[in-house]
Design a protein around this ligand. Sequence first.
Ligand code: DP6
Length: 396
Amino acid sequence: MGDNTIYRASTTAPVNIAVIKYWGKRDAKLNLPTNSSLSVTLSQDDLRTHTTASCSSTFSGPDTLLLNGSPQDVSGARTQACFKALRGLRAELETANPSLPKLSTYPLRIVSSNNFPTAAGLASSASGFAALVRAIANLYELHSSPTALSQIARQGSGSACRSLFGGYVAWDQGSAADGSDSLAREVAPASHWPEMRALVLVVSAAKKGVSSTTGMQTTVATSALFRARAEDVVPKRMAEMERAIAERDFDAFARLTMRDSNNFHAVCLDTEPPIFYLNDVSRAAIRLVECINAAAGKAVAAYTFDAGPNAVIYFLEQNAGLVAGTFKTFLGHLDGWQTELGNKLAGQAGVAADALEQKSVDVVKDGVSRVILTSVGQGPVKTDESLIDEKGEPVV
Ligand code: DP6
């Protein structure tokens, strides 16, 4: 008699925003980076991917993935590399224990949804691949550690390897040709420095101009500044950033974060043809963070930008009024403030209005479409909430 069971497992996975950026591949096939990187995992209350993986001998046809209701192409090398590695680990378990069902031979049906607008231009590949890998690992009942799974998620999208952990996470570049030592690890859990907050200024709903994959490969091929970044600048900053986090030294954390974002975007500008991810609104947000820090007399806010114009501004809970409160005085009409963190801002004064450059206030006010107020958060969480029903059909 055949096994007609529909096997299912679900997880959620977080977004992470790097404070020391990954930019450059030394092996595009295995997705091996030219430098290590370090990120903060953001709370899944505000930003997460929810994924259910299922498989059954009764499923016909190829593996499928539905994201926010739309079928996705899973034939690409990256997704295939993840499926292959996970099936390989499952097959090892099945060989060791022949009584296990042969899940590694069944077609996969995966359903995924993001709790944030995909149009917001926030990196969804990190939470997406982390959730995909974690969900299939749960489905296959693999014993692999998050670090072992990070090696698989990395092949989906580099930054995804860091989303297998909560808190403060490093991705060590490694040196082995097969990528076996290019892994993510927890630098500190969220509970080590739980006061960390992030304000995201969503600048553009448009799709980013140059994809990170293409952009970083052009940088490696053409930028003269790039070598200095990968060989000198980042290795020193990784060590300094780990120290800043260990000692909860926000001043050092903030200065390193801003300098690394600027260094990354300088390397983009030094690429041929030049890559512009920052726009006038991004630059005005930088100005305002500088104004807030000057008014506070120390670094209370740190901006960082990925491969797009959205600003992510890190700050500590105790400075929420000074930082988020200041932005709320002129962005208060936008969506995103009506949350627990946002409500706590009521009555907390920002910096004096005359401490801010008015031109930058006007540009930010005109160019930001919504805000997301969030905090450091946990890694992937197993859930019983399934996006696939007992019959193997997507839950709509
Ligand atoms: C600027 O992880 O999206 O956000 O490995 O090609 O999928 P691929 O690139 P991806 O690049 C992220 C670049 C970044 C910096 C970072 O997250 O470290």
